[in-house]
Design a protein around this ligand. Structure first.
Ligand code: FE2
Length: 391
């Protein structure tokens, strides 16, 4: 059996610094100071932590603010620390190194990698192989890097998408139902239900909680046209940031009113087109030029917004950023709806085209990845490389 600690980079050392009162953890790449409270609340002693749920039995806000380390001794696990509240626990320096970010976390999700048409080969995974945990882990790793994967060879029965999507997480039901049918309708309640082309967009930006992952499942595609398109929102956001920092700033700060309204629905959400994290990385792109309305900001700000939106939409429509393909029955597109844009070409009503769609939240695949990876480590089935099979 291989523990997660054994998989991490070795060579972590630790020593107690009586001057600062902290434990100093060092590796070949750097060092970090760990204060007593940070360490004390990570005790995994059986009377401190429920090992089934990994929830604490105690409330760390009730620990003394001036808690100190009163003794530090080498132990079989690494280092045994005694705290001023009388508690003692032996810590594994490697696990502390992972927890403190000094060592790579074997359970961390693979980081997103921006792609364009030039360097993207659409990841395709064989649905039949996904009972193999290593195949599932590889598929998910590829999905986290690219934000899109095609599951091929899925069942083609109507509504089978529910079983396909549930493989990755609970269904996120919306006013469109658990599943929605993408086919031409006489009285369409969304332009998706017509034969019109749809420019690359993200779904449902008008929700307070935008669905995290979208599935589009092809049951029939005999119509002329209707090619599916995907675009990396991360790539176009980075392109905008690089070529026009001022426009990028407006895109990340000006709240836009996204709206969907019908007889029985009135959804609205005010948010910028681009959400970025404190370190500048893209967290969420909302782009749907059918239903976005800027506020009545000053003309200069609005001019910048209109230019930023025009540029983002232009990048999304640029063949350099777009991957186009024709879905065939049994293909199921899985997309990160906070990152990947999707669209389609117009199609003629000379054949039947029937797709079904549904949503799940990000938690499902992220949890599945961590649990599968952990079990692969524990059973010795882990492999160093990960990445969805491509064709
Ligand atoms: Fe859509």
């Amino acid at each position: 059996m291989t523990s997660l600690a054994q998989t991490a980079q070795a060579g972590v050392s630790c020593r107690f610094n009586p001057t600062t009162g902290c434990l100093i953890l060092s590796s070949g790449t750097g060092s970090v100071q760990l204060p007593p409270l940070w360490l004390r609340e990570r005790s995994e002693a059986p009377d401190q932590l429920d090992h089934a749920s990994h929830q604490r039995y105690f409330d760390p806000t009730r620990l003394p603010a001036d808690l100190a380390i009163t003794d530090a001794q080498p132990s079989a696990e690494g280092i045994a620390l005694t705290f001023s509240d009388g508690h003692c626990w032996s810590f594994d320096p490697t696990m502390l190194g992972i927890e403190a970010g000094l060592l790579p976390d074997p359970l961390a999700l693979p980081a997103p990698e921006a792609w364009t048409a030039a360097n993207m080969e659409l990841p395709i995974a064989d649905w039949q192989t996904l009972d193999d945990p290593a195949k599932m882990r590889d598929l998910l790793a590829g999905f986290f890097r690219t934000g899109v994967v095609v599951l091929r060879g899925t069942p083609v029965e109507e509504d089978s998408l529910l079983q396909i999507a549930r493989r990755f997480g609970p269904i996120r039901e919306t006013n469109w139902g658990r599943l929605f049918n993408v086919r031409t309708e006489a009285a369409a309640t969304d332009l998706a239900y017509t034969g019109r082309a749809l420019t690359a967009h993200t779904d449902n930006p008008y929700r307070r909680s935008v669905p995290g992952i979208q599935f589009l499942h092809c049951l029939m595609n005999e119509a002329t046209g209707g090619e599916s398109t995907v675009v990396d929102g991360l790539a176009i956001a980075e392109a905008l940031r690089a070529e026009a920092p001022g426009l990028f700033r407006v895109a990340t700060t000006l709240p836009i009113s996204y709206r969907y309204r019908s007889d029985s629905v009135d959804d609205r959400m005010d948010a910028p087109m681009l959400d970025i994290m404190p370190d500048g990385r893209l967290k969420h792109i909302r782009l749907s030029t059918r239903l976005d309305f800027p506020p009545a900001a000053d003309p200069e700000t609005l001019a910048a917004f209109f230019e930023a939106r025009r540029r983002l939409a232009g990048l999304a429509a640029d063949p350099a950023f777009e991957v186009s393909f024709k879905m065939r029955p049994g293909d199921c597109l899985m997309m990160d709806n906070h990152r990947t844009l999707h669209g389609r070409g117009a199609f003629a009503e000379d054949g039947r085209r029937f797709l079904q769609g549904c949503y799940i939240d990000h938690d499902g695949p992220e949890c599945l990845y961590r649990v599968t990876t952990r079990r692969l480590f524990e059973t010795g089935g882990s492999r160093v490389t990960a990445g969805a099979e491509s064709s």
